[in-house]
Each structure stands twice: as structure tokens, then as C-alpha cells.
Design a protein around this ligand. Structure first.
Ligand SMILES: Cc1ncc(COP(=O)(O)O)c(C=O)c1O
Length: 373
């Protein structure tokens, strides 16, 4: 198997630790270990202080899985398997579920591995493009049109990276009813779940709704704890869970013991952490909407409904790639061009989950004022 270069990871390798103003991050504001441990309940603080550093259980510790399951209606610890981040979850599920020649439908633009792992495994992959003129909404009728007898898997991402749009409960129900009649699995990348404007109305998660549904989530995005590398899948399908555990024996075997406890602390403090992160988003969205109003001849977007990213249309005379390159070189502000998603040269991703968003935005304004448009 030869995987194509992961464009987004390659781009970030180049700039993430050198550009001073990251205006395109897809995760919420992080916490230091001491800030996080200060939120621990007595049980977790005790576990943290007495932690020994041996191997942990392959699926994830039962108490961590129980705390994760508590974030889903009707699921229990045995419905969860943990991974090193969401990325290992994607790789493991697809490798366990898919065979060469299987038909797979994926909504694009998307986080590259959602499309390119099935492709690399030799699957026949149909991409369905989201369109700005359809407000970046998933059209269930288009999925129906592409479904075949051998469609093994449909892959969605809601809230969606990069557009921040979400599927509502009704569309999810319609999609699931359609897939049920075909026996098709539904992989729902929900890594931005519970992250977004404070007044967001959240739908159900796919693992709660569908017996062949697999929900993917992680501590990286809503909790801002990417450094823990704790992700998971949730599903009612015990056979898939078992297959994933067998596969994990060949990848990371188990999670890092300190990360498991720190993830539990965060999950138990979910109200405090999510409220903090979603307030940062409220504030940054307000700033960015004012910015867009001021520069409406140059930029527009379909306002994101969830997550901390949005896809901005750029109307300047050059390509977004050239614009972004000049911006980072001159003013140190990083945007993520749509070409990273194979989505042409008119869009860029903006990320508004971080506290220092306004600093990056001011630098972008300076760049425009200095004639950088
Ligand atoms: C939609 C989506 N899925 C999965 C991932 C991978 O998450 P992690 O880095 O926590 O493994 C990302 C990261 O950006 C993402 O945006």
C-alpha cells in the first residue's frame, strides 16, 4: 500500500511551529497539565497521583470507556474502543471493515484520510462534493443516487471540517433509513461534536441512532487536548469493535496511561471545559463576522453552525494559495488554502477556536491595509 502525501499534515509540518499567528486551527484552546489536573474530582486526582506506567488495556481502561460512553445516550463501556487520536480510529475502522473492490461513498471536501484510506485499500470510492450554492449541506438524495448493492460504507463528517456545517436530525434519520435497507455501514466523523456557538442545537450521534453506525470522536478538538492522543469509536456493532481490537494489536496496542487519566479528568469536567471553549468561539465569531462585513468585497462565508472552522470565499485577483503564501511570509498569519482539500483556489479555512484569534485577525487587517489584497 502506498499512501498519497497527506496535504494538510504536510502544510502544517511546514508552518505550524514557525508561523506566529495560526488563523486556521481546527482545535479549541488547549489547557496545561496543571490547569487540567486542577479540574479533577477526588477519584481522578488520586488515580493521577498514584499512576503507574505499565501497559493499559487494549480497548482503553474500563473507567475511561465508561466516562466516554456517558457522553452517548444508551451506550456503555463495551460499545467503545479507544485509539491514539481520531486518526488511528479512522485507519483501524477502514482497515477492519473494507476490502478491495468495496464501494464507498464519501462526502468531500474532507479530512484527507476519510477519502484516501479507502482509496488506498483498493475500494471504489465515490466522492460527493458539497457546494457553496447549496450552503455546503449534505444532500441525502445525492447519496441515494450513488448507493449500490455493494456499497459497504458511507462516510460523513458532522460538524464538517472545513465548512462548519452540520447535518440535522431529520437528514440523519433519512440517511440511516436508506442505508438500513442496503445493510450499509455509516461512519460518522464527529470529532467536532459539542464544539461550536453556545446556542447550538445538537442532533443525536450516529452510534445512538443506527445499529451499523460508527461514531468517531477524540479529545483533540472540543476539549483542545490533541496532545493526549486519545480518540475512540462508539458503536452498537460488537463485531466491528472486536475486529478493531484485533487490528490495534498491530498498531499501538494500548493508549498512554497518563493520557487515559487526563482524558477522564477532562470528560468529567466537560461542562466547564466546553463552556469555556464555546464562549471563545462566540466571541471570535462576532469578531470575524464584523471583519467579513468590513471586507465584504473581498470575502464571504456561509456562517458555520458547529466546530471552530469555516470555509471563506476569497474574491481577490490572485489564487488563495498565493494570497495565503504572501500573508504568512509578510505578516506571519497562517490560513489553510482550499487546495489542501482539493477544493480549488477560491476558498480558505479559518479557525476561530483559539484565544489569540483577534491578534491574528488584526495582523490580517494590517496586511490588507498595507495593500496586501
Ligand atoms: C475531521 C477530522 N477527523 C479526524 C481528525 C484527526 O484527529 P486527531 O488529530 O485527533 O487524530 C481531524 C484533525 O484535524 C479532523 O479534522
Amino acid at each position: 500500500m502506498t499512501f498519497p502525501v497527506f496535504k494538510l499534515e504536510e502544510y502544517f509540518t511546514h508552518y505550524e511551529f514557525s508561523a506566529p499567528y495560526l488563523l486556521c486551527c481546527s482545535d479549541a484552546q488547549t489547557l496545561s497539565v496543571s490547569e487540567l489536573v486542577a479540574l479533577a474530582d477526588d477519584e481522578c486526582r488520586d488515580k493521577w497521583e498514584r499512576l503507574s506506567l505499565g501497559y493499559t488495556e487494549v480497548s482503553g481502561s474500563p473507567s475511561l470507556r465508561q466516562d466516554i460512553a456517558a457522553r452517548y445516550h444508551g451506550l456503555r463501556a463495551e460499545n467503545i474502543v479507544c485509539f491514539a487520536g481520531a486518526e488511528e480510529g479512522i485507519f483501524t475502522v477502514f482497515s477492519s471493515l473494507l476490502r478491495k473492490g468495496d464501494h464507498v461513498i464519501v462526502i468531500t471536501p474532507c479530512y484527507q484520510s476519510l477519502r484516501d484510506i479507502p482509496r488506498t485499500l483498493g475500494c471504489d470510492v465515490t466522492s460527493i462534493d458539497l457546494l457553496e450554492e447549496e450552503k455546503w449541506q449534505v444532500d441525502v438524495v445525492k447519496i441515494k443516487h450513488h448507493l449500490r448493492d455493494n456499497t459497504r460504507l458511507v462516510i460523513i463528517n458532522t460538524p464538517h471540517n472545513p465548512t462548519g456545517q452540520m447535518m440535522d436530525q431529520e437528514s440523519l434519520k433519512t440517511l440511516i433509513n436508506m442505508l438500513r435497507t442496503h445493510g450499509t455501514y455509516l461512519f460518522s466523523d464527529e470529532v467536532y461534536f459539542h464544539l461550536g456557538p453556545s446556542d447550538t442545537q445538537w442532533s443525536s450521534q450516529v452510534a445512538e441512532m443506527y445499529e451499523r453506525g460508527i461514531s468517531l470522536n477524540v479529545m483533540s478538538k472540543a476539549y483542545g487536548l490533541a496532545g493526549l492522543r486519545i480518540g475512540w469509536i462508539a458503536t452498537q456493532d460488537k463485531e466491528i469493535l472486536q475486529k478493531c481490537v484485533y487490528f490495534k494489536h498491530y498498531t499501538t496496542i494500548c493508549n498512554a496511561a497518563p493520557s487515559e487519566i487526563l482524558a477522564q479528568i477532562a470528560l468529567r469536567a466537560h461542562k466547564t471545559i466546553l463552556q469555556r471553549n464555546n464562549h471563545i468561539i462566540d466571541k471570535n465569531l462576532e469578531l470575524f463576522e464584523a471583519f467579513l462585513e468590513k471586507y465584504k468585497n473581498l470575502f464571504s462565508w456561509i456562517k458555520p453552525k458547529g466546530s471552530c472552522t469555516g470555509f471563506v470565499h476569497y474574491y481577490g485577483h490572485e489564487s488563495v494559495d498565493d494570497f495565503a503564501k504572501r500573508l504568512v511570509q509578510k505578516n506571519g498569519v497562517l490560513l489553510l488554502p482550499g487546495s489542501i482539500y482539493d477544493a480549488g483556489d477560491r476558498y480558505f479555512r479559518v479557525g476561530f477556536g483559539r484565544k489569540n484569534f483577534s491578534d491574528g485577525l488584526s495582523r490580517l487587517e494590517n496586511f490588507l491595509a498595507e495593500g496586501g489584497r
